[in-house]
Design a protein around this ligand. Structure first.
Ligand code: 5GP
Ligand code: MG
Length: 175
């Protein structure tokens, strides 16, 4: 596996995101909605650097089987009430953009005062929607990455760094 972003680089990226969020919301209460499961590490690191009164909820989506996209399903039962709230949607990576596009559509119908989105990573040249998250820490090349919350068949999320998963690595994974 090739390391793309070290633990130190990730830390600096999260620090930068936190400063931008603190600057943008100026102490106003914020509701964060993290997309499970990939955003959990980012959320845990990011929210401890935020200075405003904070509510934290989650929404679950899943679209991948291995490294291939499948049909998207959304489970919003654990999302929190977002009507009349400033809301920040958080995900690990913006790839085609369809996941955040669909979650955003669903959330808009619930009447938040404002809705912005944040991702750790944006995969260069892959977007199929005509917008981008307001907050992005890193642009990365078009490779399948794991670690810092991102998985391959539910493994590797615990790596403290971000790595490119190569075909040779895939053969070694238990199934
Ligand atoms: P999108 O809907 O933007 O194409 O994909 C977003 C979701 O796909 C992310 O939440 C993430 O779960 C998954 N995904 C996209 N690219 C990668 C990748 O390189 N590695 C991993 N582990 N997941 C990815
Ligand atoms: Mg995901």
């Amino acid at each position: 596996m090739k390391i793309l972003l070290s633990e130190k680089a990730l830390n600096e990226g999260v620090e930068k995101l936190a400063s931008q969020i603190n600057e943008t919301y100026q102490g106003k209460p914020l509701t964060i909605v993290g997309v499970l499961t990939g955003s959990v590490i980012l959320m845990a690191d990011l929210i401890r650097k935020l200075e405003m009164p904070l509510r934290v909820g989650v929404v679950q989506t899943s679209s991948y089987e291995g490294t291939q996209r499948g049909a998207l399903t959304i489970n919003s039962e654990m999302m929190l009430d977002i009507a009349g709230r400033d809301v920040l949607l958080i995900d690990d990576i913006f790839d085609t953009g369809h996941t955040l596009e669909e979650v955003t559509q669903l959330m808009k119908e619930l009447g938040p005062t404002s809705l912005k989105s944040l991702v750790l990573l944006l995969k260069t040249g892959r977007q199929e929607v005509d917008w981008k998250p307001e907050f992005i820490a890193f642009d990365i090349p078009d490779e399948f990455v794991v670690g810092y919350g991102l998985d391959y068949n539910d493994e590797y999320r615990n790596l403290p760094y971000l790595a490119i998963l190569e075909p040779a690595d895939i053969q070694g994974v238990s199934s």
